[in-house]
Design a protein around this ligand. Structure first.
Ligand SMILES: [Zn+2]
Length: 103
């Protein structure tokens, strides 16, 4: 199981792949998560929005949203961690920008 922070990172890394309206929905959901106190509340909110916006992903529809979150998200996180370790010093991709933001 990924932590909320890890899931958030994966979501941001996918941001460009979502339709404009779903990008907006995701960012609003992440914003409201910041105001929630517990990990459980944050994850619940994030799962709820993911079940709306993952319709943008052909693969998620094919393998099922829960499957997609349980299997593709950790894979994606590994790729992000790899990127973080191997990136150029001045990388300005969404992931690197997010990592620089105070938690
Ligand atoms: Zn980067």
């Amino acid at each position: 199981m990924l932590s909320y922070q890890d899931m958030k990172l994966v979501c941001i890394s996918y941001l460009d792949s979502f339709s404009a309206i779903n990008q907006k929905r995701l960012l609003m959901a992440l914003d409201s998560c910041e105001e929630m106190k517990t990990e459980r509340e944050k994850k619940f909110r994030l799962y709820r929005i993911l079940h709306l916006i993952l319709w943008d992903f052909e693969e998620a529809i094919e393998i099922g949203f829960v499957n997609f979150i349980n299997h593709k998200f950790p894979e994606r996180l590994e790729a992000i961690e790899y990127h973080t370790l191997n990136k150029e010093i001045n990388c300005f991709c969404d992931i690197c920008k997010l990592m620089e933001m105070p938690a």
